[in-house]
Design a protein around this ligand. Sequence first.
Ligand code: SAM
Length: 203
Amino acid sequence: MEAGKSLFENIKGSWNQELFRNNQSITLEVGCGKGEYTIGLSRKFADRNFIGVDIKGDRLWVGSRQAIKENLYNAAFLRTQVQFLDQFFEVGELDEIWVTFPDPRPKERDEKRRLTHPNYLAIYKKLLSKGGWVKFKTDNTGLFNYTLDLLQTGVIPVTELTYTHDLYKSNLFLEHFDIMTKYERKFSSQGENIKYLKFKFQN
Ligand SMILES: C[S@@+](CC[C@H](N)C(=O)[O-])C[C@H]1O[C@@H](n2cnc3c(N)ncnc32)[C@H](O)[C@@H]1O
């Protein structure tokens, strides 16, 4: 869905009223790239709203064009950095957040740029409604273990933490609805296991 700047300036807390014009739950995909996951989910779940966020406008454009082509009125894309999400969403406005194949940022000095760093998790916690899921998929073992460690050691208190190191061989696979992102296709075709975890924040 395409929208002018003024709409986005006023949309905080009003995505459903101003844009989607319904009262459905909102799922956000951070670092969505070309938006395959946002598009795929919006096709399957007309009764939910989906927003893909990325900083790269050319990638978002691919997803936006697809949403327009297919009349997916429950899909939208927002160009911003994840660290600024609270300028666009009200506390508790989101029902689910997906982190799909974020850049692994393996260097220690880049830790704060990882989209599962505690600073980002704090933003997700603020914007999620009570009991909302965070779901995270990656091919990267280092980033996966880093994130799992944060959650298991209680750096960020969470509940219902569930995970697998091999999503395609796990019974959690059914949660993925056969939708593969560009990076997922790339890395699984190179033989990488896809890792997945999900959790809720403790309130
Ligand atoms: C490896 S790509 C994955 C894209 C897509 N999720 C997929 O699975 O094909 C990571 C994406 O995250 C975006 N990204 C990285 N850091 C970001 C940030 N701080 N804010 C917004 N987008 C970010 C990049 O622009 C890039 O499109």
